[in-house]
Design a binder for this molecule. Structure first.
Ligand code: PEP
Length: 253
C-alpha cells in the first residue's frame, strides 16, 4: 500500500542555527502529536543535510531529503553535489524536476532522466516533480503537458527503479502564490497521473506510488486536499518553514 507522505522543501532559507531549531521543533512535535502512519520528510539546503539528518535519525517517522542532485557521477563539475555524496551523508530522498530548477537552471527532461538514474543507482528515492504553467491550464492543455513530463523523464526507468519513485504534482501557478489548486483540480490531475503511470509501468506500480500535491498547501486547506483518494500527501514550501504550520499539515490526514 502506498505511503502517506508530507515533505517540507525549505528551499534557500534559514541559517544553520535556524535550521537546527526548526528541525528540532518539528521532531519534538512529531513525536508528541503525530500518531498515525506518516512519512515526514525534511529537505534542508545542502550544508545542513548531515546535522539535520543526525537530529532526525532517532525518529522513525522522519526522513532526510536533498533539494537537488547532479546528473554526473563525479569529477570536474564545480558547485555540483553527486548522488554518492548525498547517500554518504545519510540522505534518503531527493527532489528531481522542481519547477524552480526547470525554470531557473534550465533542467530539461533528458537532464532530469539522468538525475533520476544517478539517484536510483545510489539507492536514493527520487521525488519527481511535475506540473503545468498557467498558460497550459488556461488553454486546457494541462493533462497533456503533465503526461508529457512523466513520459519524457520516467518512461525509460525499469519497473524496479520506478518502485522507488514518489511523484509530486505541483501546478506552477500555485507555487508560492497563495493560490492553491482546488481539491477537485488536484484529484482529477492525480487520478490522471496514476493512469499514466499504469500505462508507463503497470497498474500495481501505479497504485502503490505516492502522489503528493504541492502549491500553497497550508493548515487551512491540507485536510480537504489529503482527503482526495489519489492525493497521498503534500510537498510543502512556505508552510514548511514554520514548525507549527508544518506539523498541522502532517496532522491533516
Ligand atoms: C514548492 O515549491 O514545492 C511549494 C509547494 O511551495 P509553496 O508551498 O510555497 O507553494
Amino acid at each position: 500500500m502506498r505511503k502517506k507522505i508530507v515533505a517540507g522543501n525549505w528551499k534557500m532559507n534559514k541559517t544553520y542555527e535556524e535550521a537546527l531549531s526548526l528541525v528540532s521543533e518539528i521532531d519534538h512535535m512529531v513525536r508528541d502529536e503525530v500518531n498515525g502512519e506518516v512519512t515526514v520528510i525534511v529537505t534542508p539546503p545542502f550544508p545542513y543535510l548531515q546535522p539535520v539528518g543526525k537530529l532526525v535519525q532517532g525518529n522513525s517517522k522522519m526522513h532526510l531529503a536533498a533539494q537537488n542532485v547532479s546528473e554526473h557521477e563525479s569529477g570536474a563539475f564545480t558547485g555540483e553535489v553527486s548522488a554518492a555524496m548525498l547517500q554518504s551523508v545519510g540522505t534518503e530522498y531527493v527532489l528531481v524536476g522542481h519547477s524552480e530548477r526547470r525554470m531557473y537552471h534550465h533542467e530539461d527532461a533528458q537532464t532530469l532522466y539522468k538525475k533520476m538514474k544517478m539517484a536510483l543507482a545510489q539507492g536514493l528515492k527520487p521525488i519527481f516533480c511535475c506540473g503545468e504553467p498557467l498558460e497550459e491550464r488556461d488553454a486546457d492543455r494541462h493533462f497533456e503537458f503533465v503526461g508529457q513530463q512523466l513520459h519524457d523523464s520516467l518512461s525509460y526507468l525499469s519497473n524496479e527503479e520506478f518502485d522507488q519513485v514518489v511523484v509530486a504534482y505541483e501546478p506552477i501557478w500555485a507555487i508560492g502564490t497563495g493560490r492553491t489548486a482546488s481539491s477537485q483540480q488536484a484529484q482529477e490531475m492525480h487520478a490522471y497521473i496514476r493512469e499514466q503511470l499504469a500505462r508507463l509501468f503497470d497498474a500495481e506500480a501505479a497504485f502503490n506510488t505516492s502522489i503528493l500535491y504541492g502549491g500553497s498547501c497550508n493548515p487551512g486547506n491540507a485536510q480537504e486536499l489529503f482527503a482526495q483518494p489519489d492525493v497521498d500527501g503534500g510537498l510543502i514550501g512556505g508552510a514548511s518553514l514554520k514548525s507549527r504550520d508544518f506539523v498541522a499539515i502532517i496532522k491533516s490526514f
